[in-house]
Design a binder for this molecule. Structure first.
Ligand code: NAD
Length: 439
């Protein structure tokens, strides 16, 4: 039998990696103490666990799980739990790092965390998935908590999984603990508006910033890559506000109609048939107007005003950035643009509005869910919507002001804004300068 190599303890983040090169740019515009910078190079804590699961056929499988709390200076850790075959400690650590910045940018009283299990959940039965989810919480229960580190859904986890996790934690602690997990079903203490929060946040950012360039619904065309929870809900919001959505796509391809797409009809077909392309494959629906089937790669290159990547990471790269004809990119997906592509887009005058701002509606309403759980008083959908709008619009405007002041990109401005808050919190505990002052 071969003994697996033990997973190493979280290592210091390399400031040379693609992700942190963006941070390095932002550092030029922030007065950050060396103490704060040194602190941010290291994750605060990381846990690797083995989760034994009794499978339906009676066999035992042992899964690897992780939880990393990158920084909790501004409050308890906050971040999703990902179920994916590629999950590794390194990946979880990088995602926890970005959560730290997203929470600081939105001024949420949270630090950054992330978790995951190396598993293909599609291979498990529902019962096995439940045992795995409860086993994960058994393994990390001492590492999390409503005041320590709060879980949420991420790739291939959903409200059902969050409900199991909250229930398991409550069983272990022998008390109802809804605040340990957000993104729960409404019936188990979830928040109104959580399911559409990411789209609603992005919609507010778009509505706030586009008019600065004299782009209004009536004169703005939009292409959206990814028609899932975030992309489809955002398509409906933009469509409802009068923007002309000319192209959408999913993993099977896309559709394009310069005169504008019928979004409600596409959503209902997608719901029924799980694909956008099915619109063309069935005579019954081909009377919807003149639409063209396009590839995802084509969608990215369309001559539109606004491009919204809402599917996967690394979609706009050095290989295709020069072909982008949109003038504004709003990143709903996490990490859709590489840093090499950023430079090319910048040189071509394409304005990129970064993921940590544009998709932060989800974590913001997660914060609202946590607040409601702690107070035991629940808000209406309108209250959630209004509070989200107030917060994300304020941070979008503040980020724009920083970008203007320093003449820097919105991405760098977002990191500057987040770093300022993180630096202040870290320095409030004392710096070398403080301790070296003579009394
Ligand atoms: P989802 O799984 O509901 O939807 C993903 C969509 O992308 C699906 O329509 C899928 O068919 C499509 N897709 C997959 N591969 C594609 C490809 N190669 N080209 C085009 N489309 C493709 O996921 P989601 O929750 O909507 O998340 C989408 C992105 O938004 C992810 O990057 C996610 O991290 C980010 N995000 C989501 C939330 C949220 O609350 N849902 C919050 C923050 C960030």
């Amino acid at each position: 039998m071969t003994i697996p190599t033990p997973v190493s303890h979280p290592t210091p983040l390399s400031l040379l990696s693609d992700a942190s090169s963006r941070l390095e740019k932002a550092l030029q515009y922030v007065t950050l103490s060396k103490d704060a910078l040194d602190r941010l190079k290291y994750p605060k804590a990381g846990l690797t666990v083995s989760i034994p699961v009794r499978m339906d056929d009676g066999s035992l499988r042992v899964f690897q799980g992780y939880r990393v709390r990158y920084d909790d200076t501004r409050g308890p850790g906050k971040g999703g739990v990902r179920y994916h075959p590629n999950v590794s400690l390194d990946e979880v650590q990088s995602l926890a790092f970005w959560m730290t910045f997203k929470c600081a940018l939105l001024n949420l009283p949270f630090g950054g965390a992330k978790g995951g299990i190396t598993v293909n959940p599609k291979e498990l039965s529902r019962q096995e998935l439940e045992r795995l989810s409860r086993g994960y919480v058994d393994a990390i229960a001492d590492f999390i908590g409503p005041d320590i580190d709060i879980l949420a859904p991420d790739v291939y986890t959903n409200a059902m999984v969050m409900g199991w996790m909250m229930d398991q934690y409550s069983i272990i602690k022998r008390k109802a603990s809804p605040g340990v997990v957000t993104g729960k079903p409404l019936a188990l203490g979830g928040s109104e508006g959580r399911d559409t929060a990411t789209a609603m946040g992005a919609f507010n950012v778009i509505k706030t910033l586009l008019p600065l360039f004299e782009q209004y619904p009536s004169n703005t065309t939009v292409a959206i890559q990814g028609f899932g929870k975030a992309g489809a809900a955002l398509a409906s919001l933009l469509d409802g506000a009068g923007y002309r959505i000319v192209a959408v796509s999913d993993s099977q391809g896309g559709i394009y109609a310069p005169q504008g797409l019928d979004i409600p009809k596409i959503r209902s077909y997608k719901r029924d048939r799980q694909s956008i392309q099915s619109l063309y494959c069935h005579d019954t629906v081909c009377d919807m107007g003149e639409q063209e089937i396009i590839s995802n790669e084509d969608l990215l290159k369309l001559d539109v005003d606004v491009l919204i990547p809402a599917a996967l990471e690394n979609q706009i790269t050095a290989a295709n950035a020069a072909d982008i004809r949109a003038r504004y990119i709003f990143e709903v997906a996490n990490g859709p643009t590489t840093s090499a592509a950023d430079q090319i887009l910048d040189a071509h005058g394409v304005l990129v509005f970064p993921d940590i701002l544009v998709n932060a509606g989800g974590v913001t309403v997660s914060y609202f869910e946590w607040v409601q759980n702690r107070n035991g008083l629940y808000w209406t959908a309108e209250e959630v919507r209004d509070r989200l709008a107030t917060r994300i619009v304020a941070e979008a405007k503040a980020t724009w002001a920083i970008a203007q002041d320093h003449k820097i990109s919105m991405r760098t401005a977002a990191y500057v804004h987040a770093l300022n808050r993180l630096g202040q919190a870290l320095d409030a505990k004392g710096t070398q300068d403080y301790y070296n002052q003579t009394p």
